[in-house]
Design a protein around this ligand. Structure first.
Ligand code: COA
Length: 173
């Protein structure tokens, strides 16, 4: 059984795996946030959107993510396994169409788990934290986009209860 823990000690689960701890990132975590989010972008070098990194992406990333960390309408969660930062998830309070319900929803993005720490429940723990954060704000729906054709992402999101309701299409002009 995989679980999160908020204890000060480092519990070890019955299956021998250390627990996953999730915390809200602050500006002090900017280096880790930049590292994990750029690693996510570099995971898809051939992708028509995410594969087109700018040359100065590192400098831009620091400024952008620092702004996001200061925002009061979004949160970045980090998951720690023992003393290592294992994964990341960003969750934004988003405004829906004025013509549709719900008026607000939680938009999840920038989800990444270090390859060597995958399949230990890190994503599951990050999503649980985002669920709590969203519910506390009175939000009852969560949305996200995932890269087309990534079996691991598709299977992970399906396992966590996300259905497919839309497709994003791109045409170069
Ligand atoms: C997708 C990703 C975030 C999953 O993280 P993770 O910590 O390994 O996921 P979890 O261990 O919490 O898995 C939760 C469930 O999702 C499913 N799942 C996760 N990875 C899977 C895989 N590679 N193949 C099949 N099912 C998978 C399983 O049902 C799993 O539960 P189980 O291990 O009890 O069977 C991770 O593989 C990753 O960072 N991939 C590269 C970046 C990426 O695709 N990000 C998502 C962008 S939308």
């Amino acid at each position: 059984m995989k679980a999160t823990s908020a204890d000060a000690t480092q519990p070890v689960h019955a299956d021998g795996q250390p627990a996953v701890r999730v915390r809200q990132a602050s500006l002090r975590d900017l280096d880790a946030v930049v590292e994990l989010r750029l690693a996510l972008l570099r995971e898809h070098p051939g992708h028509p959107i995410y594969g087109r990194l700018r040359k100065d992406v590192d400098a831009r990333a620091r400024d952008l993510f620092a702004t996001q960390l200061r925002s009061i309408t979004e949160v970045i969660f980090l998951a720690d396994v023992e003393s290592r930062t294992a994964g990341i998830l960003r969750c934004v309070e988003a405004i829906g169409s004025p013509l549709l319900e719900p008026a607000r929803y939680a938009y999840v993005s920038s989800v990444y788990v270090r390859p060597e720490l995958r399949r230990r429940g890190v994503l599951r723990a990050l999503v649980s934290a985002a669920d709590r954060w969203s519910r506390e704000r009175g939000i009852a729906q969560m949305r996200l986009h995932n890269v087309d054709g990534s079996a691991m992402a598709e299977q992970a999101w399906s396992a966590l209860g996300f259905g497919v309701v839309e497709q994003v299409r791109v045409r170069e002009l």
